[in-house]
Each structure stands twice: as C-alpha cells, then as structure tokens.
Design a protein around this ligand. Structure first.
Ligand code: GLY
Ligand code: MN
Ligand code: MN
Length: 467
C-alpha cells in the first residue's frame, strides 16, 4: 500500500499520488453516512491517573507541566514503527496503546486546585484533505480516531484540540513551564512508579498471566523449533504470536538463546538452531494495551531432561534466586537481594574450584571475582517499562528499603562462555537464568510468575506435559 499525498514530503516520490482537483475533493468528501460518536464509559484507570496527577501537581506547585506522549518513529521514508506513547504520559493520563501520537498532557499547578488538559488531534472532518491523504493520521489510512468528547469521558479529563497548544504555551513565561527533559520532573515521575497502585498490580498480574501462556506456546512449539534450522526464530515467533493475540506487543525483544547463545546476555538475533541436548534460555514478556509488561526467563532442557552438569548449574542459579526471595520483605534494602544471590553464586564458584579465594574475600568491596560468570544485576523494577523507574535516584532504588506494592524481577544467572579456559570443558557453552516477577507484600514477597515451573523436576514435568 502506498501513500498518495505529496504533502509534507521532503523529496518528490515517484509513486502514485492522489487526484487533487476540486471535483475529486468534492466527490470524496460526500456520500458518507453520518459519523457515529459512541460515548465512551469512564475507564477504571482514570481515577488512578487523576490521583497520580494530583501528586505531581503538589510536588511542582506554581509550575505548568508539559508532558508529551511523543511522535511516531520513522522506520524508513513514510513507514513508521508501531506507536508507543512515553511511559510518563501513559501513566499520568491512563491512555495506553490507543494514545493518538503527539498528544500532550498539561498540568497547570499554579492554583491550589490544579487544572489538567489533554491536547490531541481528533479525527479530521471528511471535508479535509487530511481525511484521505495523510497516511499518519487520516481516517482513510489509520481509521477513525476518538473525538475530544470521547477521550474526555474515557479518561475523565478536559480535552483540547492540539492546534491550540502552541498559542497556549507561547503566552506563558518560559520559567513557568517544566517539561520531561527537566531532570527533576523526569526523576519525580519515575519515582512515582516505584510503588504500584492496585490497578497497576492487577495489570502486572495479567501481563504475567498472558506471558506465561506464551511460555506454554514455546514449549508446544519445541518439536517444530528442533526441526527448523533457525529453531530460535520458531521459539521467538511462538511467543510473539501470543503477544499480539492476547496483549499489545512484546515488552522488549525476545531473547531465544539455545546452547552457547544463552551465554550472550542480550541475544536477540535468534537465528540459531535448537538442538537436542542443549539448554534453551527464553527471556520474554508481553506488554498489555495498558503498557504494563512482564519480564520472565526460563531455561529448559530441549530434550526434556537436564544432563548432570546442566542440572548442577541450574540448581546453583535456583539456590541464588531462592536466597534473594528469602530475604525480601518490607524494610529490607533492595540491594540486599542482590547480595544474598551473589553470596550463593560466589560460594558455588569457590566450591567448584573456579576461584581460589575465601568467601569473605570474594564478597569484599569491589573484588567480586565470581561476577565473571554473572555480570548483570539480580533485580530491576518492572512495570510499564521493562527496566522501570530507571531515572529514580539510587537512594530511592538500589539503596532504598522495599515497600509494599513494589514490583521487580529476581533474575540471577550463570554463564560459562564456550571459550572460558577457567572452567572444565563440560561447563563451557552453558548459560542459565531464572527470572521471576515479584510483588512486595505486607510481610514478604509474592511470586507473580510462580505458575511457570522453576524447580528442575517441575521443569522436566512441564516439558513432558507439553509434548
Ligand atoms: N529482558 C531484560 C532483562 O531481563 O532485564
Ligand atoms: Mn528478562
Ligand atoms: Mn529482567
């Protein structure tokens, strides 16, 4: 399908263009049934989003905050990637994957009772050129978009046509306006998501549930994956199908890493075979229309059973994960989980003779020689962004105490590169990660991804039941 208009193009395309005679314009603008304006009931998220805006308004009292959803990203020429609004915009409006590109939330916090407005481009009338020529927003190209009243009732917020935003902003003194580029605001809105509200927790449960189905699909696709020379792509595709069927998209590119590819932490090329006898590491998560995503890893023996050395490594990783689970509860520091997991990893590396130092020496300061086999962290916050709340200050993140309602990952791993001369040959080319998504409760943790088997016996039973 090609776009017809020449408008807005930096160069002249050789492709077909639309007729632009007055006669054609009149003809294409007429003969349509009356437009329907179905009212939209208020979304559940609207109440939560209003609360979040009130918190931001209080923190930035006296200012006018401008929070942009952002525009579409070009893939090439006039072809764009699937649109995704900025996370802070989605969080503060409740508008997820349906957000109209270029929308802007304005929070006027000058008065005690702050005032919010959502600016966006409603569908253009059928008597405009945009209707049939604009491939990025025209109804002929992208379908009907909601009108101002529909979004106002859906999100329970005042809505304004985007064409009015420039005039509104240009009338304001510069020092009154704070945008997301402002470090303080960017940090504040990220820290606002560190503790999830009830609505967000429910979304996380759903994201994990559909992602778990995706993992079941992967297991069912294993015979096909083994039969295909690019079996990892079969794995990736099986999960992606579930992402599009039951969610909005992937929360991040799937890592489908079989054999030694599992030792490449962000292996997303996924073009290798899935061979009997290998371990297959799948790190994948589905993002919902609300934009909340899971981030789960399971490492499974392709043939259905772990070899003794694979099991030994797997059990060490599981022990590290369980050690992190065991210490987690409100009041404990976030970094204590990583420390608990690393104590297990260091102990194993010493026991197995890979490093010749004491545990105290291994864990002391910045020495950490065991980290050769696990260079990544154990946990990160999770929510609308896979690495959620990334701009939060260290004292609010790594150095902060756990609070009820926090959601994060626990994901230790061990990776023995195929050319690692410091480990016995039988270890080389084996990578294992176990990644769960957890919620801090009043007195501990809930493993949201517990439905997916973790113990090696359970993993083997899971594979058997899928085939
Ligand atoms: N999937 C990226 C991560 O686990 O952090
Ligand atoms: Mn992951
Ligand atoms: Mn992760």
């Amino acid at each position: 399908m090609e776009r017809m208009t020449e408008a807005k193009k930096p160069h002249k395309s050789g492709r077909t263009t639309s007729p632009n005679s007055p006669e054609f314009m009149k003809f294409i603008s007429s003969g349509w049934a009356a437009e329907r304006e179905e009212p939209q009931p208020k979304a559940e998220v609207a109440t939560y989003a209003a609360r979040r805006r009130a918190i931001v308004a209080e923190a930035f009292a006296g200012k006018i905050l401008v929070i942009q959803a952002g525009g579409s990203v070009t893939r090439s020429n006039d072809t764009e990637y699937r649109y995704r609004p900025h996370t802070a915009f989605a969080h503060l409006t409740g508008w997820g994957s349906a957000t109209v590109p270029d929308s802007v939330l304005v929070i006027d916090a000058r008065a005690h009772a702050h005032h919010c407005q959502l600016y966006f481009r409603p569908t253009a009338g059928r008597n405009t050129e945009e209707f049939f020529t604009d491939s990025s927003i025209g109804e002929f190209w992208v379908g009907d978009r909601p009108d101002l009243r529909q979004v106002a009732s859906l999100l329970d917020i005042e809505t304004v046509d985007l064409v009015e935003l420039d005039d509104y902003l240009s009338a304001l003194p510069d020092d009154l306006v704070v945008r997301l580029e402002n470090q303080e605001l960017a940090t504040f809105v990220d820290e606002l998501r560190l503790v999830k509200d009830e609505y967000e927790i429910e979304q996380m449960r759903q994201a994990v549930a559909v992602s778990s189905e995706g993992f079941n699909d992967v297991l069912r696709a294993l015979p096909w994956a083994m039969a295909h020379e690019r079996g990892e792509r079969v794995v990736e595709s099986a999960f992606f199908a579930r992402a599009r069927m039951d969610g909005n998209d992937l929360g991040y590119e799937t890592i489908a890493a079989s054999g030694a590819h599992a030792c490449i932490l962000h292996w997303i090329q996924n073009d290798g075979p899935v061979k009997p006898g290998d371990l297959l590491l799948v790190d994948a998560g589905i993002e919902l229309e609300s934009l909340y995503t899971a981030d789960i890893t399971r490492t499974i023996p392709v043939s259905g059973h772990f070899t003794p050395v694979q099991r030994k490594i797997y059990e060490a990783v599981l022990e590290a994960a369980d050690a992190a689970f065991a210490v987690a509860k409100p009041g404990v520091k976030f970094r204590a989980l990583h420390e608990a997991a690393m104590k297990v990893i260091a102990t194993k590396m010493i026991e197995w003779g890979f490093i010749d130092i004491t545990l105290e020496e291994a864990l002391a300061g910045d020495r950490q020689l065991h980290r050769r086999w696990m260079v990544h962290g154990t946990s990160h916050h999770l929510g609308m962004d896979v690495h959620d709340c990334d701009r939060a200050r260290s004292e609010m993140y790594r150095e902060a105490e756990l609070r009820e309602g926090m959601v994060f990952t626990i994901e230790p791993g061990l990776y023995f590169q195929p050319d690692d001369l410091l480990v016995p040959e039988e270890f080389r080319g084996i990578g294992v990660r176990i990644e769960d998504n957890v919620l801090v409760t009043k007195d501990g943790l809930e493993n949201l991804s517990a439905a997916l088997p973790r113990h090696p016996d359970d993993v083997e039973a899971w594979i058997a039941s899928a085939s």
